[in-house]
Design a protein around this ligand. Sequence first.
Ligand code: XMP
Length: 480
Amino acid sequence: MKTDEFPLALTYNDVLLLPRRSSVRSRAEVDTSTFLTKELRLGIPLVSANMDTVTESTMAIAMARLGGIGIIHRFMEIERQANEVKRVKRAEAYAISNPYTIKPTSSVAEAKEIMRDTGVSGLLVVDDSMKLLGVVSKRDVRFTKDDAKPVTEVMTPREKLIVAHEGVTLAEAMELLNKHRLEKLPIVDQNDVVKGLITAKDVERFVNPSKAAKDSQGRLLVGAAIGVRGDYLERAKKLVDSEVDVLVVDVAHGHADHVLETVKKVKSLFPNVPVIAGNVATAEGTEDLIAAGADAVKVGIGPGAACTTRLVTGVGVPQLSAVMWCAEAAEKHGVPIIADGGIRNSGDITKALAAGASTVMIGSLFAGTDESPGYFIVRDGIKYKAYRGMASLGANITRRLLDKMDINPEDVAQIVPEGVESVVPYRGSVSEVVSQLIGGLKSGMSYLGARNLEELRKNAKFVRITALGAQESYEKLQAW
Ligand code: XMP
């Protein structure tokens, strides 16, 4: 290769977007909805990264409620990952198909314990054949003096309960809840066997729809990552059985024969589940993943805050160019691109989407929130949370332990990490972080006269800036 054949590749800080004439008067007029895959729609273009210091069920629930999505990481036992998916799918629904129940012989103390552990405010009292005998609510048990007595003594018995029958429509359920001022409406068949439960809270969410990202049954959307080795197909199957909405075939170098094979295999085994594949940073990589069946392509080799791939291997592409090259290739097939890694502020999100990405995946900016796994650490009076690259030494050791591999010193010495373990500042709730990021994105869109992401892409004109331009842009007074 000759020197003059080197293409120039740029990253977010190398460019700015030109302001354009705009008729947008306020951020409220700006719509940030987008597609994660060809079919899955999101209200905001943010995805929390499948990393063990970023996304488990708590983060995924919060992200979906805000209109984005979380991808549950895969560095845990298959059963546990499947349970994390189930927790998200159970967090909200128009009707709960397996409501929590209690036996008539159970005590008030047991009822209190189940309510505390599950966070629900009422339990259906059922016999061994799931026949409805009554409902015991928090109110019924709150002031009982004798916790040892059976729940049947404090419950509302079946004859006093209003119930609905299988096939009840939402409008009918709403009318019953309203008319009788109910909190809970059990659904039973003609033999009084429990078939589900509708709660006033769930119906309320339906009547006042939020921006939450949901499936057709009103349940929150969630994704989960799988690898390409070992028991990955068993993992995929368990996740699909848990009704995951999207699988992410996640490896550092996605443009590899065995990854393409994996994508093909997963698509043929689970044709109804969308598959995101990555990571790549070239048009060829994107084309090959799409040809293998990918429903979205994840882009980013080395831009992440905890990544050392470029240092260790000398390989990578500055992220803005990677996104542009891949988006151009994917557009022909109508396949969305996820810009993964290197997002340091809301301006980077605007640039990534203007460059053709449909969503951005975020690790470090979300790792410091309440919803990420783990507790905060205090150092010199300042709060932090742990954040580590999934190819860091510690993450490699965790993976070896999970795979029941040896971790004697010689084996550990063979590991060549491509990521670091660090801490990030504690940032409070993820909803506050997302609100700032989306607010910034919407302002950016209004500077370009864009009311939606399609108009953002159409109106985007980048300018390349110099080191002094970057200094003027980013080196500001420190807040005090
Ligand atoms: P940010 O910048 O949002 O990036 O923290 C998150 C993305 O970083 C990638 N990632 C890694 N890349 N070595 C790498 O080269 C690693 O150890 C590593 N861990 C995570 C990943 O794509 C993630 O979504």
